[in-house]
Design a protein around this ligand. Sequence first.
Ligand code: ADP
Ligand code: ADP
Length: 232
Amino acid sequence: EPVIKIREMRKVYDLGSTQVVALAGLNIDVHKNEYLAIMGPSGSGKSTLMNMIGCLDTPSSGEYHLANEPVYEMNDDELALIRNREIGFIFQSFNLLPRTTILRNVELPLVYSGLPREVRVERARIALEKVGLAERINHQPNELSGGQRQRVAIARALVNEPSILLADEPTGNLDSKTGEEIMRLFEDLYQQGHTLLVVTHEDDIANHARRCVRLRDGVVESDEIIHEPELA
Ligand code: ADP
Ligand code: ADP
């Protein structure tokens, strides 16, 4: 069974006098340990699809199953639960809490897990080790470089052991060398068995993935295997 199963997904935004069809009947399956890039021109539906896959919103019609659960039928409380359990978000803008240690930033997603503090701290440490920041746990975000901040955000996305990592333009705020380092980290995570979805408009970033889905006008224009990823 695929971890993501999308069938005839439509999303229509109602603007009173008019309607905007953002997604016009999408079909996508993603299996565990795939590494997928989602591309497409501005307005093609990438952000809308990201919000659907990330359980931030539900489609107007069609089906979406995540980890065998029917997300398309869920209410807001159910969406919040499945989102916290199954999705690790990574954003262009890092979204770390300032004046809060790195360790605490990474521990935060576990605060409502019911786990005791020692277990939460241990898991946060392990996630920070995975991204190569074990030495920086007591620093605050403003003491780190942009690349290091994105690593913290990736550790935070990993700490719940989600089914998928969902990254939206993860290198958008980084210079190209630092961006390449982040893509190398994604490659490591992929090799370790994680499932990655990266939304990007940059070919250089998408070429690191193993499969590329291109959207146009709210439908899948192409869905291709990338045979020889460019590894720097
Ligand atoms: P992309 O991320 O590829 O730029 P979007 O998903 O943001 O595409 O947008 C797809 C279409 O849906 C566009 O026509 C956009 O204007 C429209 N759209 C996106 N979000 C909203 C919204 N909240 N309300 C109304 N229209 C929206
Ligand atoms: P875009 O890619 O269109 O510039 P963003 O990258 O800012 O937009 O965000 C993509 C989507 O993710 C938006 O619809 C936004 O509501 C959502 N989002 C952004 N930041 C967060 C966050 N910290 N928590 C939850 N959702 C977020």
